[in-house]
Design a protein around this ligand. Sequence first.
Ligand code: NAD
Length: 340
Amino acid sequence: MATYKIAVLPGDGIGQEVTPQAQRILQVVGRAAGIGFEFEPALVGGAAIDATGRPLPPASLSLCQAAHAILFGSVGGPKWDNLPQEQRPERGLLAIRKELDLFANLRPATCFPMLVDASPLKRSVVEGTDLMVIRELTGGLYFGEPRGREDFADGGARKRRKRLASVDKANVLVVSQLWREVVTRVGKDYPQVALEHVLVDNCAMALVHKPTHFDTIVTENTFGDILSDEAAILAGSMGMLPSASLGGTGGKKGLYEPVHGTAPDIAGQGVANPIAAILSAAMLLRYSLDRGPDADRVDAAVLRVLEQGHRTRDIHSAGTKLVGTVEMGDLIVSEVEKSY
Ligand code: NAD
């Protein structure tokens, strides 16, 4: 039986509430599908500062380096806001990305059919949205030179509908012209992928005007930061958005975390939506472990629980059943179990 070491870093605030629910999902999948998981907890962020004086203690970094994948919560909060930049909780996350060379950030933004009305955009605009923003994470606009090219043995993240929009500002920025040349060259090696080049300002408009046009968007760090936050609106709530940061040899090492922060306004109340963390665990199965069919079961279980009308407070509306963090976790765990 394949056994994987998973570093579990819940961090602060609601990170400590939603990450255990994501871990439970992996445990259930492990039992049902015969995957061995060794979960090892570690401190990061404000919790690590309080315990050790550092946002990423050496023991946490060593664990992340030794693990197959990292299940991450979120870091930060008002308690640590007055520390100097270099000592703040967020530095813990940045240090992991840097030390592990996690160079690609994947953020899916899906508008689930039953949550269409939770989006501030019109139903006719968001319905059917299912896109992924792939953002280059460790370099960016100001670095200019590509560091090299690496082809993943299995085609890396080519797990979608094979329509790729490369976003740049090639009409104005010289570094963007270079980006466009590189993407065009790489694109020629993948004739099965339909590649288009989109200027970042047009992309920003199209995302709120016609999001269903997009399948996969690839862009550099700064543009990706802004566009992926814009895409977040399409899903209706921060509590629904997972992410993966991939890197290392072959791009298999990954850090999986919900897009949201520590939500100090609701932390400790048991009301946070664990779905973003749970969908991040599904991404871990898909991208670090190559267990696509198991990831599909988790995604489907989330959909079924939503179809049954269960909602945490952030996505609750009249006529649906209000549940807390653990109860939402229970419901999804039970649906995953039933699917095997
Ligand atoms: P946030 O994402 O924590 O919260 C924004 C709003 O969304 C809040 O009203 C919150 O209650 C709600 N929300 C977020 N996640 C939710 C969930 N799962 N269920 C229900 N509601 C949810 O963003 P913020 O308030 O700007 O930041 C709070 C702290 O988190 C700050 O210290 C910030 O630096 C940190 N942060 C950390 C990360 C990270 O660790 N990757 C990312 C973003 C923000």
